[in-house]
Each structure stands twice: as C-alpha cells, then as structure tokens.
Design a protein around this ligand. Structure first.
Ligand code: BT5
Length: 321
C-alpha cells in the first residue's frame, strides 16, 4: 500500500501502465490497489481517461527512517503506523505490555482519534500529525501538575518556528490561530499518579487538512497549510515538535510548571477576558486572571479570586467581552 502511495503522493497524473511497471504488477492489479486505498483509507483518487490516476491532493507521508533516527538520538523508541484506532490507545497498550519508554507513536490516520471527555479528534489519512509520547514515571518524581500546559507551550513554540507566528493557547489545552483550533493536547494516565504510573502525551496538529475536506468538525478550525498556502512536510514538523517537547519536558521535570507559568500566561489568548467556565450543565462567569503554579485556571468571580482545574472544564468567551 505504501509503495503505490509513494508513487502517487505528488498529486500528479500517473498512467496505469507506469504504475504497473513501477510496482511490477498488471494494470488490473494497480486498479485493485487504488480501489483498496479509496475504500480503506478514505483517499480520493481521480481517474481521467488517457492520463491515468492522481490523488485529489498531494500528500506528505511520514518518513519512518528519519523519525526513527531522530528518536533514537533522543533516547526514544518510535513506531509509525499507517492506521490505528488512536495513537494514545496504542501507547497505553504497549506500555501495559511492558514496552520500554519513552515511546513515541505516530500514525498516518486514526480511526477513533480521541479528545477529552469522549469527544473525537478528526484524523484523516496523511493530512495531519497524530503524535503520542508515552512516559513511565516512578514515585511522583515528575510533577504531573501543569504538565498538559507545559506540553501546550512546547506545541506553540514548534508551530511558531514552523511559521505560525500568531498561534496562542486557550486554557487548558487548545492551540488557536485567529480564533480557530489548529491543535489540541490530550494527556491520559494509567497506574497510580502518586506512585508508578504511565502518562501518554497525545498531540493532534492540523497540518495539511484544508477546508472543504470531507471532515465534520463542529467548531472553527484551521491548519498550517491553510495559513501558508503550501503543503507542509509532516516529517519535518514531527521532528521539530519532538525537539521542543524534549526541551519543555526537561524544564518541567527540573523546575515544575511553576517555572513556565509566566511564559504560558504570555501566550494565553484569553488573559483578562470575560469568560464562562462550563462544567457540565454548570456555568460560572468571570474574568481570566491567569493560571496558578499547578496550572489551574485563576478567575475573578464576582470580585473574588477562584481557582478551577479538571479535565471536564471548558472555557467560552462571553459574547459581550
Ligand atoms: C483535544 O480534545 O483537543 C485533544 C485532541 C488530542 C488529539 C490527539 S491526536 C494524537 C492523540 N491520539 C488520540 O487519540 N488523541 C490524541 P478536546 O479539547 O476535547 O477537543 C475535541 C473537540 O475539538 C471536538 O469535539 C471537535 O469540536 C474539535 N475537533 C475534532 N477534531 C478536530 C481537528 N482535527 N481540528 C480541530 N478541532 C477538532
């Protein structure tokens, strides 16, 4: 499957004959493989009589060797899959089976990519980054407090270096550009958070997905390609993300989130804004003051400072702010 995709990824026309010759199969077998790609991976392939086949849009596939080499030098094991239910789920399964950590898992697509609270993360084939890093933590040596915020900061720095200069953070874990979501972070834990446990840091970044793509996302979103107008090399972005993640995880391990708190606030898009904090059916209105040393949201609620934390919370701008 990868072989035929490597040939088609430029988005140009390739005749059935040329594809057959390159793959060492008959034209009928080429046709079967392309049908399989469409059915299995949800890719759209245009067929034009006399010209051949081409992908509806060029693809930047992940370079497995480059990712393995960079990860090795960081001391991480790395695995890249064509398709998974969820990269977070795969890391958790492997760590539960005793796989060594840090363990990085990437996939070209996710069939059940997940967000918080059972929400889903739209993950079409070959378009975006679906990136999960699993860590084993012993005896609370590594502070989990504020970890997802430190990770958000690392993702923001990687995106800025990749040219998305106006990216910012929205508490607790969204990355937005011009009010539209470009990336999200989902941390999942197993084991005893106070003792030996595993944490998986899941990062989804919209890279080459464009509006008009056959995806249904129920909030405004954007991608690097939409911002720059150019196809982005997903491998380069994955490596960049790895560098920034290492840097921020080391800092977090050494000094805790407290050392990153001010920097995080300087990237927080909603500092000082009037917001509603939603917790299920409950709604609390207030003004964002910032975050505390544990990464909890600090809000002025009716003249009193209050702190809020927990994965079930989400923030909305008040219409009148
Ligand atoms: C998040 O959840 O933002 C965390 C997303 C983490 C995804 C990564 S991908 C690698 C790893 N493996 C996984 O299975 N997950 C992680 P949350 O704050 O709950 O946001 C989810 C909401 O974002 C959805 O309800 C949609 O409204 C929206 N959404 C879904 N897919 C999106 C996309 N591709 N781009 C922008 N918004 C999206």
């Amino acid at each position: 499957m990868r072989e035929v995709l490597q040939l088609l990824r430029d988005g140009e026309f390739h005749s059935g004959e040329a594809l057959g010759a390159a793959l060492g199969v008959s034209r009928a077998a080429v046709w079967k493989r392309l049908e399989h790609l469409e059915a299995e991976l949800g890719l759209t392939i245009h067929r034009v009589r006399g010209r051949g086949y081409r992908l509806a849009s060029p693809l930047s596939l992940l370079d497995r060797e480059a990712i393995a080499a960079a990860s090795r030098s960081a001391g991480w094991d790395a695995l890249v899959f064509d398709s998974l239910d969820s990269t977070n789920a795969e890391v958790l399964r492997r760590l539960a089976e005793g796989a060594p950590a840090p363990l990085l898992v990437l996939a070209e697509r996710q069939e059940s990519g997940r967000g918080r609270r059972g929400r889903s993360w739209v993950s079409p084939f070959g378009e975006n980054l679906y990136y999960s890093l699993g860590l084993r933590l012993e005896g609370g040596a590594f502070a989990l407090d504020g970890l997802s915020l430190s990770v958000g900061l690392a993702v923001a720095r990687a995106l800025q270096e990749a040219g998305v200069v106006d990216v910012g953070l929205k508490w607790p874990n969204d990355l937005l550009v011009g009010g539209r979501k470009i990336a999200g972070v989902l941390l999942e834990l197993s084991g005893d958070p106070a003792g030996a446990c595993q944490v998986v840091i899941g990062i989804g970044v919209n890279v080459n997905m464009l509006p008009g793509a056959a995806v249904a996302i129920d909030q405004p979103w954007t991608s690097l390609r939409e911002r720059s107008g150019q196809l982005v090399d997903r491998t380069e972005l994955a490596l960049l993300l790895g560098c920034w993640l290492r840097r921020y995880l080391e800092r977090h391990e050494r000094e805790g989130f407290a050392a990153l708190r001010e920097e995080w606030e300087s990237c927080h898009l909603w500092q000082g804004r009037e917001v509603s904090l939603l917790a299920g059916a409950q709604r609390i209105d207030g003004i964002v003051l910032g975050v505390d040393r544990q990464g909890a949201l600090r809000m002025d609620v009716a003249g009193q400072e209050r702190q809020f934390s927990g994965g079930e919370l989400s923030l909305r701008l008040r219409d009148d702010s």
